[in-house]
Write a protein that binds this ligand. Structure first.
Ligand SMILES: Cc1cc2nc3c(=O)[nH]c(=O)nc-3n(C[C@H](O)[C@H](O)[C@H](O)COP(=O)(O)OP(=O)(O)OC[C@H]3O[C@@H](n4cnc5c(N)ncnc54)[C@H](O)[C@@H]3O)c2cc1C
Length: 448
């Protein structure tokens, strides 16, 4: 059993999340598993990874697929993220990716991210669902002069990897993005943009079901045993026998998981606040007219976007406990971040505040693979707060691997392969590790 390293309320599936996206979209109502069934592939987790894998397995490969979700569909990060369908999908600078892996592998890694970004729009178009797409690309906003120089260097590497982007001076970004004491210019990656993450989740779920996948909500996999070549996954009211299993739980690894996957990924809390709709005068005071997602260059990154209905969304990590008593403190911290970026914004009413878990690993890039000691178990690990473009793509990659399709250079790229190194096993050690990392990052941010 993996430990819940944060307060139990962060893992409580009895209630759906209180996100802005949940309020904008119909609640997903699916039945729980109430029988013993057999399937080709069982998928644990009903987020982008699991739903995309189910969609591709049933639609493209004709395999019987069953998704088990412990909460309701989209209860995890996929229904509650910030909706940045943008790059980069890792915590490493592009130069570092090129340093750690051979050039062809590094290139394949960035091409895969671009392909994943495009896949989101393709899936919506092919399967006929809305995405609430807005903005053009992402602005990475320098929080200091030194950070702008680093962004310029990052841009050079990204362009070498085939990613369209350009560096903007402080003045140029003030024209098309925003001004203020916390911007020193920006890197504009011109592809992708903002989406409604819940629409993507629900669209994938509806499409997967239409193509024959079986999806069960409120059906946590509680026990996992082998019976010969079969995997037997036990839920409270029924069991699934499957030839192959996909572990698609990402940051929510509070249930049973195979020994090979234990302590490979660490959850980290991300917090989001969405204001009430702002008046034109308030937007003028803030000075942000662009609907493209933005994030700053701090290691403890702040991400923000103006939503199409004139609200401001802003999110950031920190807090290593997650208890509800800290909600007010976290909201105050997010308000302070707004004031740092937009000092003339004045007090802003908040309509929504919520939290969620992202998954981080020692490798600092996402991974997928099969377990060495049981290749009939496939997994993904480590989305690093950038799973919108990566996880639907990884779900498709897993489906193609399961179906025995020849994989492209991007899909089998070495950057994604190999399990990340093990982390300390105890919850307090993991929390302490996060606390030390945040202290270190905070110091780095102040010096940069
Ligand atoms: C606050 C926040 C903001 C983010 N913003 C962005 C962003 O703007 N752009 C971006 O690219 N990425 C963002 N991310 C990251 C992105 O949301 C994730 O990478 C992505 O959604 C992960 O998808 P997934 O399907 O792998 O996992 P999830 O969507 O987290 O789904 C995993 C599911 O597994 C289920 N589960 C766990 N254990 C069991 C079990 N035993 N039985 C059954 N089910 C189980 C969980 O209930 C959960 O629903 C953000 C994440 C958070 C939390």
């Amino acid at each position: 059993m993996s430990a819940m390293i944060f307060h139990p309320s962060l893992y409580d599936r009895r209630q759906y999340h209180t996100s802005y996206w949940a309020a904008q979209n119909p609640a997903p109502h699916l039945e729980a598993l109430q029988a013993d069934i057999q399937t080709d592939v069982a998928i644990i987790g009903g987020g982008y990874t699991g739903l995309s894998c189910a969609l591709h397995l049933s639609r493209d490969h004709g395999l019987e697929t069953t998704v088990l979700e412990a909460g309701d569909i989209g209860w995890g990060a996929s229904g509650r993220n910030a909706g940045f369908n943008t790059l980069p999908a890792c915590k490493l600078a592009a130069a570092e990716v090129f340093r750690r892996w051979p050039e062809a592998e590094a290139r394949a890694f960035f091409e895969a991210q671009r392909e994943g970004q495009a896949l989101v729009y393709e899936l919506a178009q092919d399967e006929g669902f809305e995405l609430g797409a807005c903005g053009q690309g992402i602005f990475q906003v320098a929080h200091s002069r030194g950070a702008l120089a680093e962004l310029d260097e990052e841009g050079r590497w990204l362009r070498q990897a085939g990613i369209p982007c350009q560096t903007l001076s402080r003045e140029a970004f003030a024209e098309i993005g925003h001004d203020g004491p916390d911007q020193f210019g920006a890197l504009h990656m011109t592809e992708g943009g903002g989406i409604d993450p819940m629409q993507l989740t629900l669209g994938l779920a509806t499409a997967a079901r239409r193509h024959g996948a079986r999806l069960y909500a409120r059906s946590p996999m509680q026990q996992w045993r082998k019976d010969g070549a079969w995997h037997v996954l036990q839920t409270p009211q029924g069991q699934v026998r499957a030839r192959q299993v996909v572990v698609a739980t990402n940051g929510y690894r509070d249930g049973e998981e195979p020994a090979g996957l234990r302590h490979r990924a660490l959850p980290a809390i991300s917090n989001i606040l969405v204001t009430a709709p702002l008046s034109e005068a308030q937007w003028q005071a803030i000075g942000l007219n662009n609907l493209s997602p933005m994030s700053d260059t701090r290691m403890l990154v702040t991400y923000y976007r103006r939503l199409p209905d004139n609200r401001l969304l802003l999110g950031a990590r920190s807090d290593t406990w997650g208890d509800p008593q800290r909600d007010a403190r976290m909201q105050a911290a997010l308000h302070a971040l707004i004031a740092r970026k937009f000092p003339d914004a004045g007090p802003l009413a908040v309509d929504y505040f919520w939290r969620g878990l992202v998954s981080v690993t020692r490798k600092l890039v996402p991974s997928w693979g099969r377990l060495d000691d049981d290749p009939s178990v496939l997994f993904t690990l480590g989305c690093f707060g950038s799973g919108v473009n990566t996880m639907p793509w990884m779900g498709r990659t897993l489906a193609r691997a399961i179906a025995g399709q020849p994989l492209s250079a991007r899909e089998q790229c070495a950057v994604f392969r190999n399990l990340p190194g093990r982390l300390p096993s105890r919850a307090w050690q993991q929390r302490l590790g996060l606390q030390l990392a945040y202290l270190h990052y905070g110091l780095q941010d102040r010096l940069a």
